[in-house]
Design a protein around this ligand. Structure first.
Ligand code: GDD
Ligand code: MN
Length: 373
């Protein structure tokens, strides 16, 4: 006879108290050990785990399905044609009916043994419980290398500066919360990038009760990290979007950010060309051309990642982009001149700022309608 269990009554599985959402991409080696770890850590608790996989080529979803066939607490959502950690988490949340939801990584870097403590905090009235690497007893040991540490610490500071709540680890991808609160903030979420907790914390009312529990971030044993430059830029976009309260569309912010990168590239290439013996006009021409090319590639990869151009369409887009930017530069100079003489009272800085704004708005408007439609 089956032994008595708080999760089963009269042969029926009792509804879960907590849904653990696990975003995963290429984690085939990790998913089965994770279910076993949850089973051990949450003994006696009513839980379920929902893996949200973006059609990983390594067969992650199939591995989960195999486990799920023998264990009704395990489910998998397989998304096709989409990528993204935050949006995967949101869809996982939406598929849950449990009063509590948690998020944890699928690579065994998050210590599942702190889940019972998180549940206890929720029961005691917390709205969000964050597993933190930066409180007494926590540790960031699993983060590989000096640069990742520096990046992580800088990101934390940037995040803290825009957060209405005090959080020691706003970048943590390991937390639990009330599903009702999630439903309430859902319309405000940006849903891009890696930082779903930050997104939630920035959108949640000031009055919510957030507590922290320490955890030790473990090193990754199998598979590899998916954090890259695109993810970092998406992070910067999200912060800007929140700071401006969505008043400026994040696509425009990304476009402007890429434009700034272009300015740096322009100046750098120009200097190199001059050192190489070119005269001023020649080096300026080379610098500008390289900057436009860089901007096109960055916009294609980042600003318009969802409308990305490939093959022949990309070449046509590049040619139009060159034309658009040239007209933008002409408009920039024209407006700056006008401002300088008519309303700028001879102030160079105001004049060139006005020119730059007109230039970038023009480039953005035309690029959005003509190139990346
Ligand atoms: N569905 C889906 N789609 N899952 C994804 C995607 C995606 O596009 N990208 C990453 N994931 C999954 C990974 O498979 C893993 O389970 C989890 O999200 C975290 O991704 P990692 O690639 O392992 O990230 P990390 O270890 O570099 O970053 C972790 O630490 C950060 C703090 O330093 C994450 O926990 C971050 O959320 C955390 O902020
Ligand atoms: Mn990881």
């Amino acid at each position: 006879m089956a032994k008595a269990s708080p999760t089963v009554s009269a042969g029926m599985l009792l509804p879960a108290r907590i849904s653990i959402i696990v975003p995963c991409y290429n984690e085939a080696e990790n998913v089965v050990p994770l279910v076993a770890a949850l089973d051990a850590a949450l003994e006696g608790e009513r839980w379920e785990v929902i893996f949200v996989d973006d059609n990983s080529p390594d067969g992650t979803a199939e591995r989960v399905s195999k486990v799920a066939n023998n264990d009704p607490r395990v489910r998998v959502i397989k998304r096709v044609g989409r990528r993204g950690l935050s949006s995967a988490v949101i869809e996982g949340f939406l598929s849950s009916s449990a009063p509590y939801v948690a998020v944890m990584d699928g690579d065994l870097q998050h210590d599942e043994t702190v889940l019972p403590k998180m549940l206890a905090d929720l029961d005691a009235g917390s709205d969000i419980v964050v597993a933190s690497r930066h409180v007494e007893g926590g540790d960031n040991a699993g983060l590989a290398g000096y640069w990742r540490h520096l990046l992580s610490d800088t990101g934390i500071r940037a995040a803290q500066s825009v957060l209405p709540h005090r959080l020691t680890d706003p970048m943590s991808g390991f937390f639990a919360m009330r599903r009702e609160l999630f439903q309430a903030v859902l319309p405000k979420l940006s849903g891009t990038g890696f930082k779903i907790l930050l997104d939630l914390a920035m959108s949640a009312p000031k009055s919510v009760k957030i507590t922290e529990v320490p955890f030790v971030f473990r090193p990754r044993l199998a598979g590899e990290s998916k954090l890259d430059v695109v993810v970092l830029l998406q992070f910067a976009m999200m912060i800007l979007d929140k700071v401006t309260h969505g008043w400026l569309p994040s696509r425009f912010l990304a476009f402007a950010l890429v434009g700034l990168v272009g300015v740096v590239v322009n100046v750098a290439v120009m200097q190199i060309a001059r050192l190489g013996g070119m005269d001023f006009s020649q080096s300026q021409l080379v610098g500008t051309a390289v900057a436009i090319l860089t901007n096109f590639l960055l916009n294609n990869r980042l600003t318009y990642h969802d409308r990305r151009l490939k093959g022949a369409k990309m070449w046509v887009g590049l040619i139009i982009f060159f034309a658009v930017c040239s007209l933008g530069a002409a408009a920039n100079i024209g407006v700056a001149r006008m401002v300088l003489h008519d309303v700028g009272h001879g102030h160079w800085d105001r004049a060139s700022a006005a020119g730059a704004v007109v230039g970038v708005v023009w480039n953005y408007a035309v690029s959005s309608t003509l190139i990346w439609r």
